[in-house]
Design a binder for this molecule. Structure first.
Ligand code: DX5
Ligand code: ZN
Length: 214
């Protein structure tokens, strides 16, 4: 699955930018609050507007403090998937249950330096693990290959029946890096600059999907 990140899109033309990736599996929306990460993007009002102009399932990645308070609003608005950061979540189990009760899938994300082990137990409550392969905050950064060991470890837990979730990766995914992520067992690839920096974003999505499957 390919999830283009609109962080690298033209924010003045977001409806057109969503139309340009028709056929993508998910659209990844980065919510940043200038506290959990040193950047500020958009919040619930814009997500609500975007949901009205696209049928592509929306993958909301909340890089915010206090997701315990805010996550459920994105689920209620109609996001397909709402992902919170393990480093910011006060009570990840409650957040996951609230998100699911509101009708969305629940995701947990870990930054490159955050170990997986402390969260394995709570992952039973989640539908997605989002492994960050750059420090969250900005598009266009270089892929950190070290995080693939975490993707592999979760893949093993899924394949052996210990967990049932999708493994998603975010940051620095492009034609040069997607194959190693696919080999590590990633199911869903977020790509911002590799999609929206291309002349034809729709074609870039298809090319990445083919590469991941090869
Ligand atoms: C970074 C965001 C990513 C970002 C990825 O904090 O979470 O979703 O858009 O951008 P690229 O694909 O350019 O690394
Ligand atoms: Zn993201």
């Amino acid at each position: 699955m390919i999830a283009p990140s609109i962080l690298s899109a033209d924010f003045a033309r977001l409806a057109d930018e969503l139309a340009a990736i028709q056929g993508a599996d998910w659209v990844h929306v980065d919510v940043m609050d200038a506290h959990f990460v040193p950047n500020l993007t958009l919040g619930l009002p814009i997500v609500e507007s975007l949901l009205k102009v696209t049928d592509i399932p929306m993958d909301c990645h909340l890089m915010i403090e206090d997701p315990d308070r805010w996550a459920v609003g994105y689920a209620e608005a109609g996001a397909h998937n709402v992902t919170v950061h393990a480093e910011a979540a006060g009570d990840p189990v409650k957040i996951a249950r609230d998100i699911r009760a509101a009708g969305a899938k629940a995701g947990l994300s870990i930054k490159p330096g955050t170990p997986l082990e402390p969260y394995v137990e709570v992952l039973k409550e989640f539908d997605t693990l989002l492994v960050m392969s750059v420090e969250p905050g900005f598009g266009g950064q270089s892929f950190i290959a070290d995080v693939l060991s975490k993707a592999r470890a979760v893949r093993d837990l899924v394949d052996t029946g210990h967990l049932d979730l999708l493994v998603e990766i975010d940051g620095g995914i492009n034609a040069d890096t997607i194959e190693q992520a696919a080999e590590a067992g990633v199911d869903c690839f977020v790509a911002g600059s590799a999609v929206y920096g291309a002349d034809d974003p729709g074609r870039a999505v298809r090319a990445l999907r083919e590469q991941a499957a090869s």
